[in-house]
Design a protein around this ligand. Structure first.
Ligand code: KG4
Ligand code: ZN
Length: 342
């Protein structure tokens, strides 16, 4: 069964065809980075306009790479939430219209469940496991019961980790997008150059939550307070000290959740799952099996949407052509709640 996946929730226009949820026949990602770079962040208006320009050529290229016509496709899946409203609407409306005009099944997909599915594209993973979803807009630690059933244990109470990477990089003019540049700079810096604070979230019920606004403020506005005077204040040292703390903030509740749930497999997803220090630190956990998607499937792509779309379609689950886009997913902000498909 071949599913065409379409992803346009932020600043990547992507289309992919995946067979039986695993075999990637094509994977096209048109990145808008050069258009947002001068603003050091995604400009929603520019993003939606670029999606409109690129969606048709990107889908055509995905079909061409797979050596297929649209008639060969068994279903069309698209991201419906969460993301930038204008961006989401382009891919979703395109996909629904295409599916309706060809009378093909349509599947609306939750982008974050897509990120979780990314690791399943290349590995056979048994449920349940502990999920770590870390991106530019989210930070979710969850118990994963199935491809469409996650139990949220913890979230960020303020900023997402990717957002912290991006804001720090923007402030110090390291370049855009921030995460990948800080990751690179940090390789030549010393994590001990500063001792940035570790947030302590005392309140009951926050055991698995994370917070990034304090770290972001410390790195941007209070560097002197935490800087080790023996170190030169180079971009490499700033990046290394920030990244070290950013990863430790994630690890503490994640490892606590592993101990408390007894789950020994962790599956990561989302742009920040590309971070080399996070990957290294989790690989060092000898009593845990930590699975990361290949780098190209950590950041936004449509293969994860097509793969997840297949899981629904093969069980006879489809969405009405009337399904709408949504910038948020309510279930992600409440512990224990199980968010719906899209
Ligand atoms: O999943 P994604 O592509 O888009 C969202 O759904 O948000 O994630 C993008 C985020 C950005 O904040 C970017 O800076 C971050 O992922 N990112 C990284 C790395 N590569 C991308 N953060 C840390 N280290 C990386 N290597
Ligand atoms: Zn994403």
């Amino acid at each position: 069964m071949k599913v065409l996946g379409i992803e346009s929730s932020c600043d990547e226009t992507a289309a992919s065809i995946v067979e039986d949820g695993k075999t990637i026949l094509s994977n096209k990602v048109a990145t808008q980075i050069p258009f947002h770079e001068i603003y050091q962040g995604v400009v929603p208006e520019i993003a939606s306009r670029k999606h409109i320009e690129w969606i048709l050529p990107v889908v055509k290229e995905a079909l061409k790479d797979a050596n297929l016509t649209i008639q060969d496709v068994d279903g069309i899946a698209a991201t419906a939430c969460p993301g930038l409203m204008g961006s989401l609407l382009v891919g979703l409306t395109f996909a629904k219209t295409l599916a309706w005009s060809l009378q093909k099944p349509f599947i609306a997909v939750n982008h974050m469940l897509g990120h979780l599915y990314a690791a399943h594209l290349t590995e056979d993973i048994q449920y349940p496991y502990l999920g770590l979803l870390v991106s530019g807009g989210h930070s979710i630690i969850c118990k994963v019961h199935n491809f469409d059933d996650i139990e949220v244990l913890g979230t960020t109470i303020d900023d997402a980790p990717g957002e912290a990477f991006d804001k720090v990089a923007k402030f110090y003019q390291f370049g855009y997008p921030g995460g990948v540049i800080i990751d690179k700079l940090a390789k030549n810096g010393d994590p001990h150059a500063a001792n940035f604070p570790m947030p302590i979230i005392h309140n009951e019920g926050h055991t698995y939550d994370v917070s990034y606004s304090g770290l972001k403020t410390a790195v941007i506005n209070q560097t002197e307070l935490f800087w080790n005077p023996e170190y030169e204040k180079t971009p490499e040292n700033i990046a290394a000290a920030f990244q070290d703390r950013a990863v430790k903030i994630l690890l503490r509740p994640l490892l606590q959740a592993a101990r408390d749930t007894g789950l020994t497999t962790i599956v990561a997803g989302g742009g920040v799952a590309a971070n080399s220090l996070l990957r290294q630190k989790l690989a060092e956990q000898k009593d845990l099996t930590c699975i990361f998607p290949p780098l190209k499937f950590c950041t936004d792509n449509a293969a994860m949407i097509a793969g997840l779309g297949y899981q629904y379609l093969s069980r006879g689950i489809t969405s009405p052509y009337t399904v709408g886009a949504s910038p948020r997913v309510q279930g992600f902000s409440k512990k224990g709640r199980r968010p719906k498909k899209a």
